[in-house]
Design a protein around this ligand. Structure first.
Ligand SMILES: [Fe+2]
Length: 126
């Protein structure tokens, strides 16, 4: 759910039912930060062949700089998070790991984001 949209940033509230996963992606030209407000999320971040995994608990926030490829997964209980993007999020590129398992990614999709939509929020709003 888009909570706020300004020329410099936008703010989203996301619900993460158990099993929700975004998939490896970046945030285009936007820098993002997300904070878990209820429950727990898992972030995977690729800085090399093996993704770094971190648990993000309620009250914790994570900076996602421009160019970072990461994934966010729900745990076994519903979680809620606030996401801020600056400049406002207009595209997300999605990636898949290469078959050789080198940790390299091939871009599979470049998703323009119509106002008020985001892939994870479609699942999360149900
Ligand atoms: Fe993200």
């Amino acid at each position: 759910m888009l909570l706020l949209a300004t020329p410099s940033c936008d703010v989203w509230l996301l619900k993460w039912p158990p099993g929700t996963r975004v998939g490896p992606h970046d945030h285009g030209e936007s820098v993002g930060v997300f904070a878990v407000i209820k429950g727990t999320l898992t972030e995977l971040r690729w800085n090399g062949p093996i993704p770094e995994q971190r648990t993000v608990r309620a009250g914790e926030a994570v900076l996602v700089d421009r160019g970072v490829i990461h994934d966010v997964l729900a745990s076994d209980t519903t979680a809620y998070s606030i996401h801020v993007y600056s400049p406002p999020l207009v595209t997300m590129s999605f990636y898949t790991a290469t078959p050789a398992g080198t940790g390299e990614f091939a871009q599979t999709d470049d998703l323009p984001l119509p106002e008020g939509t985001w892939r994870a929020s479609e699942e999360a709003s149900q």
